[in-house]
Design a protein around this ligand. Structure first.
Ligand code: SF4
Ligand code: SF4
Length: 134
């Protein structure tokens, strides 16, 4: 996507992505391989609970994702969670209107992101309404 982060200040990174335990392990392993950075789980992830299970949210610092750098860029971009990859799609048929790109994406691309959301996001995470930090 052709994002103008000067304009949006990477709004998408001011929410915390929720992952399953398996997705956290894959992310940690990928970051170690791609960036040679060893992520200590307790430093970067926080447990959250929904009605259907327990998951992990990426920690936030001062209202933004711990992986966002001072230039508003993702420090683990190549390994970012699927939920981050699919943004501005935030549900099977919903986009986050706060993203300046939300209504500018070609229909084909948007459909592809929605399809991936339906197929790739954990079935329980998709169904949860709210998450509580535990
Ligand atoms: S992991 Fe990267 S892309 Fe995802 S919210 Fe954090 S900084 Fe943004
Ligand atoms: S996806 Fe949207 S909110 Fe995120 S950086 Fe791009 S334009 Fe900004």
């Amino acid at each position: 996507m052709d994002c103008d982060i000067e304009k949006c200040k990477s709004h998408c990174c001011h929410n915390c992505a929720v992952l399953t335990e398996g997705e956290v392990s894959i992310l940690i392993s990928n970051v170690r391989k791609k960036y040679l950075i060893v992520l200590e789980p307790r430093k970067y992830f926080k447990k959250v609970k929904g009605e259907l299970g327990t998951y992990y949210a990426i920690k936030m610092i001062k209202g933004q994702c711990i992986f966002l750098d001072k230039q508003n860029r993702c420090r683990i971009y190549m390994c970012r969670p699927t939920l981050c990859e699919l943004y501005p799609v935030i549900d099977i048929d919903k986009v986050d209107e706060r993203c300046p790109m939300a209504n500018m994406l070609p229909m084909e691309m948007l459909s592809g992101l929605k399809r991936r959301y339906a197929q790739e996001i954990d079935v329980n995470i998709k169904a949860e309404q709210t998450f509580l930090f535990v």
